[in-house]
Design a protein around this ligand. Sequence first.
Ligand SMILES: [Zn+2]
Ligand SMILES: [Zn+2]
Length: 305
Amino acid sequence: MNFRVLILGSNSAIPAFGRNPSAQYIQHFADAFLVDCGEGTQIRLSNFRVKRGKIRAIFISHLHGDHIFGLPGLLTTFSLSGFENEIHIIGPIGLKRFIETNLEISQSTLRFPIHIRELEENYSGIVYETSKLEVRTFPLNHRIATFGYCFQEKQKPLRLRGEHLEQYKLVPEKIHAIRSGADLQLPNGLVIPNSELTLPPHPSYSYAYCSDTLYDESLLNYIEHIDVLYHEATFGKDMKDLAKERYHSTSVEAAQIALLAKVKTLYLGHFSSRYQELEPLLEEAKTVFKDSHLAIEGQWIDIDQ
Ligand SMILES: [Zn+2]
Ligand SMILES: [Zn+2]
C-alpha cells in the first residue's frame, strides 16, 4: 500500500477511554504528512513506530487545543532528535503566533527550517503538492475558522505493456516518455503509436479530513466522489441539538454527508468523551451509509484499494 492513513487520535476535547485528541499520519509513497496535532501526538508516533523523518508537512484544521496542543512538543522533540528536513505547517491565522510564542517563551530553537502558511478565513485551494499528490483545503463550519483537507493523487503515468520492454530494448528516458503519452520512433523510422505500447494508468485515490464541523452540505463541493472520508461524529443522533449548538456533527449527519458526496468509505471520529462504547454511533451511521467505520487509534486505513 502506497497511500494510507494511521489514526493517532480520534477523541474530541478531553482524552478518555484510551482515546486521544485529534491527529493522523498520512503516508503517500516516500512522503508523509500529519493532519492535526493534538496533545501526545509525538508519543503515539513513537508507540506506533512511525517514520518521523518522512514528514514533509503538517496540516492544522483549527486552533482549538485538542488539535494543536501537541505541536510545540513534537517540533522540539524532532529538533532534539536530529530531524533535518524542512517542514511546512499550514493552518488558520494565529498558527504562526501560537508556534512562535511557544518556542520563544520556552526558549526553544529548532535545528530544522519550518515554513508556516496561514490561511485566510474561507480560503479554498491547493496548499501543498508533490510530484504525485495534491493537497487542497476548504472551509468547514465550526465556532472558529476551520479547514478541511483533501489529499488527491495526481493522474498516474500510463502502464507499459510488458512485452515491449524486451522487444524494443527501451532505455529509461524512452520509457518515461512513453508512459507520459509519447509514440515510439524506431531507428528505421517506423512509428509505433502510444496506444499499442501502453495500458491505462492505475486509478488515482483520494482522502479527505473534515473535523471539526457542523453538518454542512457546502462541503460536498470539495469532497464529491472521493474514496475515503474522515468526518467528525462527536455525538449520537439523539444529541442533534447539542451538536448544532457546539458546531459539531452527529453520527447520522456524518453519514448523510458521505451519502450525498457519494464517497466510497466513511470513517467516523472526534468522539465525545461521554461515549465509552462507540458501536451505537457506528450502527446509527450505517443506517444511512452502509460502508461506515470507526476510526480506531493505531489502525491503518488503506486508501489505495
Ligand atoms: Zn476538536
Ligand atoms: Zn474544535
